[in-house]
Design a protein around this ligand. Structure first.
Ligand SMILES: Cc1cc2nc3c(=O)[nH]c(=O)nc-3n(C[C@H](O)[C@H](O)[C@H](O)COP(=O)(O)O)c2cc1C
Length: 205
């Protein structure tokens, strides 16, 4: 099958892309609302794009009615936020946090999710996530014609990793055990993927 995207309506392009760019990591993004409660939402148009400065990119679309999603609105107003990597066992909570609640209503409170404060950073992290990226807004670029997407470049200032999933090896290097994190990933539509086997291949000289 050969699929020409410029012959498809936008919704079909979305379904085609999300079923072919596989699997995608998920940014579970915690931001602060105007009233100091917290907003939480998942985004799978997400990846690392630069190490110097350390940047990840999250692409955030509009609500169906054309308004900005709460996450990007909050990040425009307050530049600190936290991106979590969810484990497979957190699928139900992550999926629930994608519900559209009225602005200012907290998905963290609705999901009864615990938060942990970190010294030196304004935002807390979700206590049950094994990885949290403490970020500051680096840049937001708008892309697209009719329904614009906000491309959020997030600069990672600090990273939390659960000690049970990380160690410093004999060469003094950080080693993260991905199999202990069991990161959840996104496929198309309502499908997700659990973590598989770790494969190993040395880079050619
Ligand atoms: C796993 C998953 C991945 C998602 N990825 C994206 C995405 O990359 N971009 C986007 O705009 N919306 C994405 N969504 C939808 C948002 O999570 C949803 O619109 C959410 O209500 C936004 O919340 P907010 O208004 O609190 O920011 C995704 C939903 C799920 C369940």
């Amino acid at each position: 099958m050969q699929i020409k995207l410029d012959e498809l309506p936008t919704a079909q392009v979305y379904f085609t892309m999300t079923q072919t760019v596989l699997p995608r990591p998920i940014a579970w993004v915690l931001t602060e609302n105007d009233d100091t409660s917290y907003n939480l939402a998942p985004f799978s148009y997400f990846n690392a794009v630069c190490s110097d400065p350390p940047l990840v990119l999250v692409s955030i679309g509009k609500q169906d009615d054309g308004r900005d999603k709460d996450s990007i609105r909050n990040i425009r107003e307050r530049h600190e936020f936290v991106i979590h990597i969810a484990s497979c066992e957190q699928l139900a909570e992550l999926n629930q946090s994608s519900a559209t609640l009225p602005p200012g209503e907290s998905e963290v409170d609705a999901g009864n999710l615990a938060l942990t404060r970190v010294s030196g950073f304004r935002m807390p992290r979700l206590s049950d996530c094994k990885i949290a990226l403490f970020c500051e807004r680096h840049d937001i670029q708008m892309i697209g014609s009719k329904k614009q997407q906000s491309l959020l470049f997030a600069e990672i200032k600090e990273i939390y990793v659960d000690d049970a999933c990380a160690e410093i090896n004999d060469k003094g290097r950080l080693k993260i055990h991905a199999d202990r994190i069991q990161p959840l990933s996104r496929l198309g539509a309502s499908e997700y993927a659990s973590f598989g086997e770790v494969l190993f291949a040395r880079r050619p000289d």
